[in-house]
Design a protein around this ligand. Sequence first.
Ligand code: NAG
Ligand code: NAG
Length: 434
Amino acid sequence: MISANLRNYLLSFIFVIFVVNEVAALPLSGVDNRKFGIILDAGSSSTKLRIYTWEDTIESVPKFDEYFYKKVKPGISSFHEDADEISVYIRNILAILKVELVEELWSSTPLYFMATAGLRLLDEETTSSIMSAVQEVLLNIDENPFQFEEENAHILAGEEEALFAWLTVNYLNDFFAAKRPASESLGLIELGGGSAQIAFIPDDPIYAGKMPATIAGKEYGVYCHSYLSYGATLMSERITELLIQENKHANVIINPCMLKGDSRNGTLGNKMVAMIGGGNASLCEDLLKYYLAPAEADMCSPKPCSIGQVYQPSVKNRKFFTFGLIYYLAKDFNILTKPGILNLKQMQNTVREYCEKSYEHATTVLGMSEEYASRNCQDGLYIPLLFSAVGLDIDNVFAAKDMQGSSVAWSLGGILYEEERNRYQELTSQLMEL
Ligand SMILES: *[C@@H]1O[C@H](CO)[C@@H](O)[C@H](O)[C@H]1NC(C)=O
Ligand SMILES: *[C@@H]1O[C@H](CO)[C@@H](O)[C@H](O)[C@H]1NC(C)=O
Protein backbone atom coordinates (compact mmCIF):
# COMPACT_ATOMS: atom_id res chain seq x y z
CA MET A 1 0.00 0.00 0.00
CA ILE A 2 1.29 3.45 -0.80
CA SER A 3 0.72 6.22 1.67
CA ALA A 4 -2.04 8.76 1.14
CA ASN A 5 0.53 11.51 0.77
CA LEU A 6 2.41 9.71 -1.92
CA ARG A 7 -0.86 8.90 -3.59
CA ASN A 8 -1.93 12.52 -3.59
CA TYR A 9 1.44 13.49 -4.91
CA LEU A 10 1.15 10.98 -7.74
CA LEU A 11 -2.37 12.10 -8.52
CA SER A 12 -1.32 15.72 -8.82
CA PHE A 13 1.50 14.62 -11.07
CA ILE A 14 -0.87 12.76 -13.30
CA PHE A 15 -3.12 15.78 -13.59
CA VAL A 16 -0.21 17.67 -15.01
CA ILE A 17 0.78 15.24 -17.72
CA PHE A 18 -2.63 14.12 -18.85
CA VAL A 19 -4.06 16.34 -21.45
CA VAL A 20 -7.74 16.53 -20.87
CA ASN A 21 -10.16 18.06 -23.31
CA GLU A 22 -13.81 18.49 -24.17
CA VAL A 23 -16.07 18.53 -21.18
CA ALA A 24 -19.83 18.58 -21.49
CA ALA A 25 -22.54 18.10 -18.94
CA LEU A 26 -26.27 18.28 -19.37
CA PRO A 27 -28.42 19.93 -16.77
CA LEU A 28 -29.94 17.35 -14.47
CA SER A 29 -33.65 17.13 -14.01
CA GLY A 30 -35.65 14.58 -12.07
CA VAL A 31 -32.64 12.62 -10.79
CA ASP A 32 -34.98 10.28 -8.92
CA ASN A 33 -36.03 8.01 -11.75
CA ARG A 34 -32.89 8.42 -13.78
CA LYS A 35 -30.21 5.82 -14.17
CA PHE A 36 -26.57 6.43 -14.94
CA GLY A 37 -23.92 4.25 -16.52
CA ILE A 38 -20.22 4.78 -17.15
CA ILE A 39 -18.26 3.53 -20.13
CA LEU A 40 -14.50 3.87 -20.18
CA ASP A 41 -13.42 3.45 -23.79
CA ALA A 42 -9.74 2.58 -23.53
CA GLY A 43 -8.34 3.22 -26.99
CA SER A 44 -4.78 3.37 -28.24
CA SER A 45 -4.16 7.10 -27.78
CA SER A 46 -6.64 8.00 -25.04
CA THR A 47 -9.31 6.77 -22.68
CA LYS A 48 -12.69 8.34 -23.27
CA LEU A 49 -14.85 8.72 -20.20
CA ARG A 50 -18.56 8.78 -20.90
CA ILE A 51 -21.41 8.92 -18.42
CA TYR A 52 -24.78 8.16 -19.93
CA THR A 53 -28.10 8.85 -18.31
CA TRP A 54 -31.57 7.56 -19.11
CA GLU A 55 -34.97 7.35 -17.59
CA ASP A 56 -35.63 4.11 -15.76
CA THR A 57 -38.68 2.87 -17.56
CA ILE A 58 -40.02 -0.59 -18.22
CA GLU A 59 -41.29 0.15 -21.72
CA SER A 60 -39.52 0.10 -25.02
CA VAL A 61 -36.03 1.45 -25.54
CA PRO A 62 -34.55 3.86 -23.00
CA LYS A 63 -33.55 7.28 -24.27
CA PHE A 64 -29.88 7.77 -23.53
CA ASP A 65 -28.25 11.13 -23.09
CA GLU A 66 -24.56 11.72 -22.83
CA TYR A 67 -24.28 13.36 -19.45
CA PHE A 68 -20.53 13.74 -19.33
CA TYR A 69 -17.61 13.27 -21.69
CA LYS A 70 -13.91 13.65 -21.15
CA LYS A 71 -10.87 12.42 -22.97
CA VAL A 72 -7.85 11.43 -20.90
CA LYS A 73 -4.51 11.14 -22.65
CA PRO A 74 -2.39 9.10 -23.22
CA GLY A 75 -3.93 5.67 -23.81
CA ILE A 76 -3.45 2.96 -21.23
CA SER A 77 -1.25 0.83 -23.50
CA SER A 78 1.47 3.50 -23.33
CA PHE A 79 2.24 2.38 -19.75
CA HIS A 80 3.09 -1.14 -20.93
CA GLU A 81 3.35 -3.28 -17.86
CA ASP A 82 3.98 -0.64 -15.22
CA ALA A 83 1.30 -1.63 -12.71
CA ASP A 84 1.92 1.40 -10.47
CA GLU A 85 1.44 3.88 -13.27
CA ILE A 86 -1.67 2.06 -14.42
CA SER A 87 -3.12 2.20 -10.89
CA VAL A 88 -2.49 5.92 -10.71
CA TYR A 89 -4.04 6.35 -14.14
CA ILE A 90 -7.22 4.47 -13.18
CA ARG A 91 -7.46 6.28 -9.84
CA ASN A 92 -7.24 9.58 -11.65
CA ILE A 93 -10.14 8.53 -13.86
CA LEU A 94 -12.18 7.45 -10.83
CA ALA A 95 -11.45 10.81 -9.18
CA ILE A 96 -12.81 12.64 -12.23
CA LEU A 97 -15.96 10.50 -12.25
CA LYS A 98 -16.57 10.99 -8.54
CA VAL A 99 -16.58 14.73 -9.04
CA GLU A 100 -19.17 14.43 -11.82
CA LEU A 101 -21.67 12.17 -10.10
CA VAL A 102 -23.18 12.87 -6.69
CA GLU A 103 -22.23 10.36 -4.05
CA GLU A 104 -25.65 8.78 -3.60
CA LEU A 105 -25.54 7.62 -7.23
CA TRP A 106 -22.16 5.88 -7.05
CA SER A 107 -23.22 2.44 -5.86
CA SER A 108 -26.11 2.16 -8.33
CA THR A 109 -24.12 3.34 -11.34
CA PRO A 110 -22.46 0.51 -13.31
CA LEU A 111 -18.96 1.11 -14.61
CA TYR A 112 -17.55 -0.66 -17.65
CA PHE A 113 -13.97 -0.59 -18.78
CA MET A 114 -13.72 -1.67 -22.40
CA ALA A 115 -10.43 -1.70 -24.22
CA THR A 116 -10.05 -1.70 -28.00
CA ALA A 117 -7.43 -1.78 -30.77
CA GLY A 118 -4.41 -0.51 -28.79
CA LEU A 119 -4.59 -3.45 -26.40
CA ARG A 120 -5.52 -6.00 -29.03
CA LEU A 121 -2.21 -5.37 -30.79
CA LEU A 122 0.03 -6.00 -27.77
CA ASP A 123 1.36 -9.43 -26.87
CA GLU A 124 -0.65 -11.58 -24.49
CA GLU A 125 1.63 -11.20 -21.52
CA THR A 126 1.60 -7.40 -21.63
CA THR A 127 -2.14 -7.31 -22.15
CA SER A 128 -2.87 -9.57 -19.22
CA SER A 129 -0.62 -7.64 -16.86
CA ILE A 130 -2.26 -4.36 -17.91
CA MET A 131 -5.71 -5.85 -17.39
CA SER A 132 -4.87 -7.28 -13.98
CA ALA A 133 -3.52 -3.91 -12.84
CA VAL A 134 -6.79 -2.34 -14.03
CA GLN A 135 -8.87 -5.01 -12.27
CA GLU A 136 -6.94 -4.58 -9.05
CA VAL A 137 -8.03 -0.97 -8.70
CA LEU A 138 -11.54 -1.42 -10.05
CA LEU A 139 -12.33 -4.43 -7.85
CA ASN A 140 -11.21 -2.61 -4.74
CA ILE A 141 -14.36 -1.09 -3.23
CA ASP A 142 -12.29 1.41 -1.25
CA GLU A 143 -11.04 2.83 -4.53
CA ASN A 144 -13.94 2.22 -6.87
CA PRO A 145 -17.34 3.12 -5.38
CA PHE A 146 -19.25 2.39 -8.60
CA GLN A 147 -21.16 -0.78 -9.40
CA PHE A 148 -18.55 -3.12 -10.78
CA GLU A 149 -17.79 -6.80 -11.21
CA GLU A 150 -14.86 -8.46 -12.91
CA GLU A 151 -16.70 -9.05 -16.22
CA ASN A 152 -17.25 -5.30 -16.55
CA ALA A 153 -13.63 -4.79 -17.56
CA HIS A 154 -12.41 -6.56 -20.64
CA ILE A 155 -10.90 -6.18 -24.07
CA LEU A 156 -13.60 -5.99 -26.69
CA ALA A 157 -13.33 -8.43 -29.55
CA GLY A 158 -13.41 -6.68 -32.92
CA GLU A 159 -16.87 -8.19 -33.48
CA GLU A 160 -18.21 -6.76 -30.23
CA GLU A 161 -16.93 -3.34 -31.16
CA ALA A 162 -18.62 -3.71 -34.55
CA LEU A 163 -21.87 -4.81 -32.90
CA PHE A 164 -21.81 -1.87 -30.49
CA ALA A 165 -21.17 0.59 -33.32
CA TRP A 166 -24.01 -1.03 -35.28
CA LEU A 167 -26.30 -0.67 -32.26
CA THR A 168 -25.32 3.00 -31.92
CA VAL A 169 -26.06 3.79 -35.55
CA ASN A 170 -29.42 2.03 -35.55
CA TYR A 171 -30.37 3.37 -32.15
CA LEU A 172 -29.71 6.93 -33.30
CA ASN A 173 -31.60 6.22 -36.50
CA ASP A 174 -34.63 5.24 -34.42
CA PHE A 175 -34.65 1.70 -35.75
CA PHE A 176 -35.38 -0.02 -32.41
CA ALA A 177 -37.88 2.37 -30.89
CA ALA A 178 -39.91 2.48 -34.11
CA LYS A 179 -39.71 -1.35 -34.32
CA ARG A 180 -38.87 -1.24 -37.99
CA PRO A 181 -38.32 -4.40 -40.06
CA ALA A 182 -34.76 -5.71 -40.41
CA SER A 183 -34.66 -4.59 -44.04
CA GLU A 184 -34.75 -0.99 -42.78
CA SER A 185 -31.77 -1.39 -40.50
CA LEU A 186 -28.56 0.35 -41.51
CA GLY A 187 -25.35 -1.56 -42.04
CA LEU A 188 -22.16 -0.26 -40.52
CA ILE A 189 -18.73 -0.04 -42.09
CA GLU A 190 -15.85 1.56 -40.30
CA LEU A 191 -12.19 1.98 -41.06
CA GLY A 192 -9.82 2.44 -38.15
CA GLY A 193 -6.03 2.58 -38.00
CA GLY A 194 -5.64 -1.11 -37.16
CA SER A 195 -8.76 -2.81 -38.45
CA ALA A 196 -11.87 -2.41 -40.58
CA GLN A 197 -15.27 -3.39 -39.20
CA ILE A 198 -18.49 -4.39 -40.89
CA ALA A 199 -21.84 -5.21 -39.28
CA PHE A 200 -25.30 -5.66 -40.77
CA ILE A 201 -28.41 -7.82 -40.76
CA PRO A 202 -28.29 -9.76 -44.03
CA ASP A 203 -31.34 -10.94 -45.97
CA ASP A 204 -29.80 -14.43 -46.09
CA PRO A 205 -29.25 -16.69 -43.07
CA ILE A 206 -25.97 -16.18 -41.18
CA TYR A 207 -23.63 -19.20 -41.04
CA ALA A 208 -20.83 -17.61 -39.00
CA GLY A 209 -20.01 -14.37 -37.25
CA LYS A 210 -23.53 -13.91 -35.87
CA MET A 211 -23.72 -11.64 -32.84
CA PRO A 212 -27.05 -11.71 -30.99
CA ALA A 213 -28.45 -8.60 -29.34
CA THR A 214 -31.79 -8.29 -27.61
CA ILE A 215 -33.24 -4.79 -27.71
CA ALA A 216 -36.68 -4.00 -26.30
CA GLY A 217 -37.44 -7.71 -26.11
CA LYS A 218 -36.70 -8.37 -29.75
CA GLU A 219 -33.69 -10.43 -30.72
CA TYR A 220 -31.53 -9.39 -33.64
CA GLY A 221 -28.90 -11.56 -35.31
CA VAL A 222 -26.25 -9.26 -36.66
CA TYR A 223 -23.40 -10.42 -38.87
CA CYS A 224 -20.23 -8.80 -37.51
CA HIS A 225 -16.69 -9.03 -38.68
CA SER A 226 -13.52 -7.18 -37.89
CA TYR A 227 -10.85 -7.36 -40.58
CA LEU A 228 -7.82 -7.18 -38.30
CA SER A 229 -4.78 -5.53 -39.92
CA TYR A 230 -7.00 -4.01 -42.61
CA GLY A 231 -7.00 -0.61 -40.95
CA ALA A 232 -5.50 2.32 -42.87
CA THR A 233 -2.28 2.60 -40.87
CA LEU A 234 -1.55 -1.11 -40.92
CA MET A 235 -2.26 -1.30 -44.67
CA SER A 236 0.30 1.42 -45.21
CA GLU A 237 2.84 -0.55 -43.17
CA ARG A 238 2.05 -3.76 -45.02
CA ILE A 239 2.61 -2.09 -48.38
CA THR A 240 5.97 -0.78 -47.21
CA GLU A 241 6.93 -4.27 -46.09
CA LEU A 242 5.77 -5.84 -49.33
CA LEU A 243 7.80 -3.35 -51.38
CA ILE A 244 10.92 -4.00 -49.30
CA GLN A 245 10.46 -7.75 -49.69
CA GLU A 246 10.00 -7.44 -53.44
CA ASN A 247 13.13 -5.30 -53.78
CA LYS A 248 15.50 -7.20 -51.53
CA HIS A 249 18.70 -5.57 -52.70
CA ALA A 250 17.55 -2.01 -53.15
CA ASN A 251 18.33 0.79 -50.71
CA VAL A 252 16.00 3.20 -52.41
CA ILE A 253 12.49 2.08 -53.32
CA ILE A 254 9.83 3.85 -55.30
CA ASN A 255 6.48 3.65 -53.49
CA PRO A 256 3.65 4.24 -55.99
CA CYS A 257 1.21 5.02 -53.15
CA MET A 258 3.24 8.05 -52.08
CA LEU A 259 3.08 11.36 -53.89
CA LYS A 260 5.94 12.41 -56.15
CA GLY A 261 8.37 14.57 -54.21
CA ASP A 262 7.55 12.94 -50.87
CA SER A 263 10.07 10.69 -49.16
CA ARG A 264 10.34 8.76 -45.96
CA ASN A 265 12.19 5.82 -44.48
CA GLY A 266 10.58 2.40 -44.43
CA THR A 267 11.59 -0.53 -42.26
CA LEU A 268 11.18 -4.28 -42.37
CA GLY A 269 12.68 -5.96 -39.30
CA ASN A 270 15.98 -4.14 -38.96
CA LYS A 271 16.34 -3.30 -42.61
CA MET A 272 15.75 0.36 -43.39
CA VAL A 273 15.32 1.74 -46.86
CA ALA A 274 14.59 5.16 -48.27
CA MET A 275 11.23 5.35 -50.00
CA ILE A 276 10.43 7.97 -52.55
CA GLY A 277 7.01 8.74 -53.94
CA GLY A 278 6.06 7.35 -57.34
CA GLY A 279 2.55 8.83 -57.48
CA ASN A 280 1.10 6.05 -59.63
CA ALA A 281 -2.51 5.25 -58.75
CA SER A 282 -2.88 2.10 -60.82
CA LEU A 283 0.30 0.54 -59.42
CA CYS A 284 -0.81 1.46 -55.90
CA GLU A 285 -4.22 -0.10 -56.51
CA ASP A 286 -2.52 -3.30 -57.68
CA LEU A 287 -0.65 -3.47 -54.37
CA LEU A 288 -3.85 -2.91 -52.40
CA LYS A 289 -5.77 -5.49 -54.42
CA TYR A 290 -3.13 -8.07 -53.54
CA TYR A 291 -4.47 -7.93 -49.97
CA LEU A 292 -8.13 -7.65 -50.88
CA ALA A 293 -8.49 -10.55 -53.30
CA PRO A 294 -11.09 -13.20 -52.37
CA ALA A 295 -10.03 -16.83 -52.01
CA GLU A 296 -10.53 -19.29 -54.88
CA ALA A 297 -13.95 -20.98 -54.80
CA ASP A 298 -12.53 -24.28 -53.48
CA MET A 299 -10.83 -22.46 -50.59
CA CYS A 300 -13.97 -20.60 -49.54
CA SER A 301 -16.37 -22.36 -47.20
CA PRO A 302 -18.97 -21.42 -46.16
CA LYS A 303 -19.71 -19.23 -49.16
CA PRO A 304 -19.66 -16.41 -50.09
CA CYS A 305 -16.22 -15.06 -49.18
CA SER A 306 -15.30 -11.40 -49.18
CA ILE A 307 -11.59 -10.91 -48.55
CA GLY A 308 -9.41 -14.01 -48.55
CA GLN A 309 -11.25 -16.86 -46.84
CA VAL A 310 -13.49 -14.65 -44.74
CA TYR A 311 -17.11 -15.70 -44.95
CA GLN A 312 -19.50 -12.80 -45.30
CA PRO A 313 -23.16 -12.96 -46.31
CA SER A 314 -24.15 -10.73 -49.21
CA VAL A 315 -24.98 -7.12 -48.34
CA LYS A 316 -27.54 -7.01 -51.20
CA ASN A 317 -29.27 -3.61 -51.18
CA ARG A 318 -28.71 -2.76 -47.56
CA LYS A 319 -27.94 0.93 -46.93
CA PHE A 320 -24.74 1.47 -44.95
CA PHE A 321 -23.49 4.18 -42.66
CA THR A 322 -19.90 5.18 -42.07
CA PHE A 323 -18.18 7.83 -39.99
CA GLY A 324 -14.71 8.71 -38.68
CA LEU A 325 -11.76 8.29 -41.01
CA ILE A 326 -13.80 7.60 -44.15
CA TYR A 327 -15.98 10.63 -43.54
CA TYR A 328 -13.02 12.94 -42.99
CA LEU A 329 -11.28 11.70 -46.11
CA ALA A 330 -14.41 12.15 -48.21
CA LYS A 331 -14.71 15.64 -46.81
CA ASP A 332 -11.06 16.46 -47.60
CA PHE A 333 -11.69 15.41 -51.18
CA ASN A 334 -14.98 17.26 -51.29
CA ILE A 335 -16.93 14.32 -52.65
CA LEU A 336 -19.91 14.12 -50.33
CA THR A 337 -23.10 14.98 -52.07
CA LYS A 338 -25.56 16.99 -49.99
CA PRO A 339 -27.17 14.31 -47.81
CA GLY A 340 -23.78 12.73 -47.18
CA ILE A 341 -23.87 10.04 -49.84
CA LEU A 342 -20.48 8.63 -50.68
CA ASN A 343 -20.19 8.18 -54.41
CA LEU A 344 -17.46 5.58 -54.69
CA LYS A 345 -16.90 6.00 -58.41
CA GLN A 346 -16.43 9.73 -57.96
CA MET A 347 -14.13 9.10 -55.03
CA GLN A 348 -12.01 6.79 -57.13
CA ASN A 349 -11.71 9.29 -59.99
CA THR A 350 -10.94 12.25 -57.73
CA VAL A 351 -8.31 10.36 -55.77
CA ARG A 352 -6.66 8.87 -58.84
CA GLU A 353 -6.17 12.38 -60.17
CA TYR A 354 -4.93 13.55 -56.80
CA CYS A 355 -2.30 10.79 -56.59
CA GLU A 356 -0.62 12.17 -59.70
CA LYS A 357 -0.13 15.60 -58.14
CA SER A 358 3.17 16.37 -56.46
CA TYR A 359 3.62 16.48 -52.71
CA GLU A 360 4.41 20.16 -53.04
CA HIS A 361 1.18 20.84 -54.94
CA ALA A 362 -0.88 18.78 -52.48
CA THR A 363 0.45 20.56 -49.41
CA THR A 364 0.55 24.11 -50.76
CA VAL A 365 -2.18 24.44 -53.40
CA LEU A 366 -4.63 21.80 -52.12
CA GLY A 367 -3.98 22.43 -48.45
CA MET A 368 -3.42 18.80 -47.42
CA SER A 369 -1.44 18.30 -44.22
CA GLU A 370 2.22 17.32 -44.64
CA GLU A 371 1.71 14.20 -42.59
CA TYR A 372 -1.30 12.95 -44.52
CA ALA A 373 -0.71 14.23 -48.07
CA SER A 374 0.58 10.85 -49.27
CA ARG A 375 -1.61 8.83 -46.95
CA ASN A 376 -4.68 10.51 -48.40
CA CYS A 377 -3.69 9.16 -51.80
CA GLN A 378 -3.29 5.61 -50.49
CA ASP A 379 -6.31 5.67 -48.15
CA GLY A 380 -8.46 7.29 -50.82
CA LEU A 381 -7.60 4.52 -53.28
CA TYR A 382 -8.08 1.90 -50.60
CA ILE A 383 -11.61 2.79 -49.48
CA PRO A 384 -13.45 2.15 -52.79
CA LEU A 385 -11.48 -1.11 -53.21
CA LEU A 386 -12.30 -2.21 -49.68
CA PHE A 387 -15.97 -1.37 -50.18
CA SER A 388 -16.19 -3.30 -53.40
CA ALA A 389 -14.36 -6.26 -51.78
CA VAL A 390 -17.13 -6.50 -49.16
CA GLY A 391 -19.79 -6.02 -51.84
CA LEU A 392 -20.84 -2.43 -51.24
CA ASP A 393 -22.15 -0.56 -54.20
CA ILE A 394 -21.91 3.01 -55.38
CA ASP A 395 -24.48 5.23 -53.67
CA ASN A 396 -25.44 2.86 -50.88
CA VAL A 397 -23.15 4.32 -48.25
CA PHE A 398 -23.85 7.42 -46.19
CA ALA A 399 -20.93 9.16 -44.52
CA ALA A 400 -21.38 11.67 -41.73
CA LYS A 401 -19.56 13.09 -38.75
CA ASP A 402 -22.45 12.36 -36.43
CA MET A 403 -26.06 11.25 -36.48
CA GLN A 404 -29.02 13.33 -35.26
CA GLY A 405 -26.43 15.56 -33.60
CA SER A 406 -24.95 12.73 -31.52
CA SER A 407 -21.46 11.38 -31.95
CA VAL A 408 -21.44 7.86 -33.34
CA ALA A 409 -19.31 6.26 -30.66
CA TRP A 410 -19.59 2.51 -30.08
CA SER A 411 -19.86 3.20 -26.36
CA LEU A 412 -23.49 4.31 -26.75
CA GLY A 413 -24.28 0.91 -28.30
CA GLY A 414 -22.27 -0.63 -25.45
CA ILE A 415 -24.40 0.95 -22.72
CA LEU A 416 -27.57 0.09 -24.64
CA TYR A 417 -26.47 -3.54 -24.91
CA GLU A 418 -25.52 -3.81 -21.23
CA GLU A 419 -28.64 -2.06 -19.98
CA GLU A 420 -30.91 -4.23 -22.12
CA ARG A 421 -29.14 -7.31 -20.83
CA ASN A 422 -29.56 -6.18 -17.22
CA ARG A 423 -33.22 -5.43 -17.75
CA TYR A 424 -33.71 -8.83 -19.34
CA GLN A 425 -31.97 -10.55 -16.41
CA GLU A 426 -34.07 -8.63 -13.90
CA LEU A 427 -37.19 -9.57 -15.78
CA THR A 428 -36.31 -13.28 -15.91
CA SER A 429 -35.46 -13.39 -12.22
CA GLN A 430 -38.76 -11.68 -11.43
CA LEU A 431 -40.55 -14.29 -13.56
CA MET A 432 -38.72 -17.10 -11.77
CA GLU A 433 -39.93 -15.80 -8.44
CA LEU A 434 -43.58 -15.80 -9.55
C1 NAG B 1 16.04 8.56 -43.26
O1 NAG B 1 17.13 8.10 -42.53
C2 NAG B 1 18.34 8.80 -42.80
C3 NAG B 1 19.51 8.08 -42.09
O2 NAG B 1 19.15 7.71 -40.80
C4 NAG B 1 18.17 10.26 -42.36
O3 NAG B 1 19.33 10.99 -42.59
C5 NAG B 1 16.99 10.86 -43.12
O4 NAG B 1 16.75 12.18 -42.68
C6 NAG B 1 15.75 10.03 -42.96
N1 NAG B 1 14.72 10.54 -43.87
C7 NAG B 1 13.47 10.80 -43.51
C8 NAG B 1 12.59 11.31 -44.58
O5 NAG B 1 13.06 10.60 -42.39
C1 NAG C 1 2.15 3.86 -63.83
O1 NAG C 1 2.98 2.75 -64.03
C2 NAG C 1 2.65 2.01 -65.21
C3 NAG C 1 3.52 0.76 -65.22
O2 NAG C 1 4.86 1.06 -65.00
C4 NAG C 1 2.84 2.88 -66.43
O3 NAG C 1 2.47 2.16 -67.59
C5 NAG C 1 1.96 4.13 -66.28
O4 NAG C 1 2.19 5.00 -67.36
C6 NAG C 1 2.26 4.83 -64.99
N1 NAG C 1 1.31 5.91 -64.80
C7 NAG C 1 1.70 7.12 -64.47
C8 NAG C 1 0.62 8.13 -64.33
O5 NAG C 1 2.87 7.43 -64.30
